[in-house]
Design a protein around this ligand. Sequence first.
Ligand code: SF4
Length: 448
Amino acid sequence: MSVSKALIKELLNESDCSHNKTKKSSCDKPKPGNTSGGCAYEGAQISLFPYADTVHLVHGPHTCLGASWETRASLTSFEGESSTPLGYCTNITAQDIIFGGDKKLSEAIEYVVVKKHPKAVFVYETCVTAMIGDNIDHICKKSWEKFGIPIVPIHTPGFVGGKNLGSRLASESILNFLIGTKEPESIHEFGINLIGDYNVTGDMWQYRSILEKIGIKIVSTLSGDGRIDEICQAHRAKLNVIVCAKSLITLCRKMQERYQIPYVSVSFYGKRDTSNAILSIVNALGSHEMIEKAKAVIKEEEKKLETKLEPYKKILDGKKAILNTGGNKSWSIASALQDIGLNVVATSINKSTEEDIEMAKKYVSILFKNPSSDQPKLIDEHGIEILLAGGRSLYTAIKKKIAFVDVNQEKKRSYGAYNGLVNLAEDVCAALLNPVFKLVGKRAPWEN
Ligand code: SF4
C-alpha cells in the first residue's frame, strides 16, 4: 500500500471535516518543497513515536531522523527499554541511492528484531527512499512472515505534504495493518479508544484516572503511552474519543464504517472543557447510571480545583494575555487561560482548521494569522502583560519586556485536565511575578 494520489486526495478532502462539506477545500494541501512547518514524515513520527514497545525505523538519511526526533516529551509507563528515544535509521547514503536500499532495510529490520525484541517495527519511508523506489511493502511483508511480529510500512515521504497529512497517513497504516488483528479476552461494556493525545508531559494521565474512576475502560490509545497489543484490539471499543486532533478524524470515520464505533471530539484543557469532555463521553456511552456518577465526580473535582486555584486567581484576575499557539490550541488553551482568570485579548489561528476558527471565535474576540507582524502590534495596542506561545516567541516577549510561558509541545509540565490547570496557573503566576522579563530587555549598565 504505497502512498497514492487517490489516498492523499481522500485524506485531504475528509467528508467528516465540516469545512469540506461546504466547499471544495483541502485540509492541508501539499506544497512540494515547502516543509518549513514540518513534513509528512515528521507528522507520522510525532503521531507514532509514543509507542514505546515498538522500534521506529526510519528508512532514509539520518538527517530525516533528526528532523523531529525527541522534540516532544511524550511520557510512557512502559517498563521495558523504550525504543523511542534511541532513534533507529538505515542511514541511506549516495551509494544506496545508486544501488538501492532494499538490502540495507532488510538487514536493519533483522538487527532490531533480534537485538531489541520489539512488539512491532514501524518502517518510515522518507523522500529519498520513495524516490529511489525501494520496495518497502515487500520487505515489510517478508520480514513480518519471517519474524512473526508486525513490520508495518509507514508511507510518508516528506514531499507529499505537511505534518497534518503525515499524521493521517500514519493512521491509515495503523488501521490497515494493526487494528482488528487481535481479539481481547473480554469486551468491556464501556471501553473507549483515546485518539490523538500523545501524552506530552503526561497530559493523558491527568484525565485517564478520572475516566477509570467513572467506570470507563481505556481499550487502546493512539498513541500516548500506547501499546501495540492494545491498538490491535481497538476494534472492540464502544467509542472513539478524539482528543484535540482533527487530523485523525478520517481514522475515526473509517472505524465507524468498518466496526460501527461512533466517535466524539473533545478537549481536556481547562475546567469547562474537561467537564464537558467527560460529559460528552458518558453521554455517548449512554448509561444513565454512569452519567450520574460522572456528574458527581465532576462536581467533586471542580470543587477541589477551585480551592487550589484560589491563591493564583487573586494574582491572575483580569491580566491581559495574548496566545500564539495555533491549531486546535487556539481555542482549547484560550479556554484554559480564561478558567484561571486571564483576559485573553487575542489568539493566533495559524494552522487552525475552519472548525477551530469557529471555536476560537466563541472564546476570543481578536483572531490573528501572522504572528510575526500582528503579535508585537497587538502587545503594544492592548497593553498585554503576558505572552503564551511556542519557544520561538520568547524573543518577542523579551523585546516587549512582558512575561512569557511556553504552552506548545515543548512545554515542560502537563497542563491537561483539572490538575494540569493548577500547573498552568502556577507557571503563569511565576512568569508574571518574575522580574527577569523586564530586566533582560534593558541595556547593560556599561552601555549607559
Ligand atoms: S522526509 Fe523529506 S522533507 Fe521530511 S525530513 Fe526527510 S528529506 Fe526532509
